[in-house]
Ligand binder design. Structure first.
Ligand code: HEM
Length: 416
């Protein structure tokens, strides 16, 4: 039996907060190991890094989610007892519900709404001296997401509803005020969306049968009962909130375009293959999800290491996407690297890895891919703008992170 390398510090909780994204990555390099042990809030925790670690992490025979997601993240980012916390048949059934709204036809419709919103927003921005891209793009995404999902949203409410979705995401790595702001935002959003579900169930609001709102409102649990009002709202928010979160990637994409004019030139010329690589490289290079958690289901051994039942295991999302064994010169932004990517479900995991239906891999990954591609197309071919001097640094010790300025643009003009 091998012993798992142990981090020297007595408890790493503060170091995780202080170091942020590279916490596991740095230690896996320090110990020259894809596996090591720390203590987190006093609890022994195994950290996994890299492709092999990811393959293990997504083995649902050996791991479960029950008990893996801290309550403070459920009460802000995800909602209590939502899909992310389910296992086995219950998870499989709930996941099928989410995947049922991700059909090509449905995504095509969403892209049409988004394209219309990009055109509308570009016209508005052309009348403003300066535009902070991040919040503006989030509003655009929120409008399109609500229309698509069957959730009525008055124009006068767009800013505050979008802000609440933003605060929920912003809370995931925060303590104190950031956490409380996220919690309050979640309460407001859940109340609002519960009202919508109720209206649909009482047939006071009619929405298309293929919409997410309809499906969540009428979804039956394995026992044949309708999902509770609270759960239906949580899961509908689990569709709309992450769509607005794509604003983080779009803002990073704008930063990449600014810092890599050669990429902009190829995209402007309409190079579709390059657009695919560029979108992937944005999701690989820029940090968003730092790590994921699982609980050991039953004792097992892996490469001679003992995994005892009940142990918390963290997967290094940030570091696996920059593992030099898979990604040559991982710290350089190079979309062409995706020309030779093998498409593995375990070495490129910005939105989780493994299988969509049976594992917890992001239900909205295809949607995210199309949304980022559409945004990059508008940023390169649908509009022109200038980027004035500003603070574009994004601190890695803050989760989530973003260019400090929010990415300011000016002299916006529609390209058509
Ligand atoms: C799960 C990231 C966008 C819906 C996840 C996971 C990650 C992730 C890391 C966890 C994977 C795991 O636990 O193994 C992201 C990022 C996004 C994004 C970075 C883009 C900014 C979306 C979108 C949707 C969505 C647009 C829906 C429209 C979900 C759902 C889950 C999930 C429902 C839970 C899946 C499950 O537990 O089975 N996402 N996501 N996400 N995501 Fe996303």
């Amino acid at each position: 039996m091998n012993s798992i390398p142990r981090d020297k510090s007595l408890d790493s909780t503060l170091a995780v907060v202080r170091e942020g994204f590279p916490f596991i990555y740095k230690r896996s390099q320090r110990y020259q190991s894809d596996i090591f042990e720390i203590r987190l809030l006093g609890m022994k925790t195994i950290c996994l890094h890299g492709q092999e670690g990811t393959k293990l992490f997504y083995d649902t025979e050996r791991f479960m989610r029950t008990g893996a997601i801290p309550r403070r993240i459920q009460t802000t980012l995800m909602g209590l007892h939502g899909i992310q916390t389910l296992d086995g048949e219950k998870h499989h059934q709930r996941k099928a519900l989410f995947m049922s709204v991700m059909t090509p036809g449905s995504l095509h419709k969403l892209m049409e709404y988004m394209a219309a919103d990009w055109r509308y927003s570009i016209k508005q921005w052309a009348n403003q001296e300066q535009v902070v891209l991040f919040p503006e793009v989030q509003e655009l995404l929120c409008r399109a997401a609500c229309t698509w999902a069957g959730v009525p949203l008055e124009e006068q409410d767009v800013t505050r509803r979008t802000r609440d979705f933003r605060l929920m995401v912003d809370a995931f790595g925060g303590v104190g005020p950031r956490h409380w702001r996220g919690k309050r935002a979640r309460s407001r959003a859940e109340k609002w969306i519960q009202g919508i579900i109720k209206q649909i169930r009482e047939e006071k609001l009619h929405v298309p049968e293929e919409s997410a709102a309809y499906r969540m409102a009428w979804h039956r649990e394995p026992d044949g009962k309708l999902m509770s009002l609270e759960m239906a709202a949580i899961e509908l928010i689990n569709i709309i909130r992450p769509i607005t979160a794509i604003g983080w990637y779009i803002t990073f994409a704008a930063l990449a375009l600014h810092e890599h004019p050669e990429s902009r030139a190829r995209l402007r010329a309409g190079d579709e293959e390059y657009l695919e690589w560029f979108m992937h490289e944005v999701r690989r290079y820029y940090p968003f999800a730092p790590f994921l958690g699982n609980i050991v289901r039953k004792d097992f051994e892996w490469h001679g290491y003992q995994f005892p039942k009940g142990r918390l295991v963290l997967l290094d999302v940030y570091g696996t996407n920059r593992d030099a064994r898979q990604w040559h010169q991982p710290e350089s932004f190079r979309p062409e690297r995706f020309r030779s990517w093998n498409g593995s479900a375990y070495n490129f995991i910005p939105q989780g890895g493994g299988d969509y239906s049976f594992g917890h891999r992001c239900a909205g990954e295809w949607l995210t891919i199309e949304t980022v591609k559409l945004a990059v197309t508008y940023l390169t071919r649908g509009m022109t703008y200038d980027v004035p001097p500003q603070d574009l640094r994004f601190p890695l010790d803050r989760m989530p992170t973003l260019p400090k300025s929010g990415f300011i643009i000016e002299n916006v003009r529609s390209a058509n």
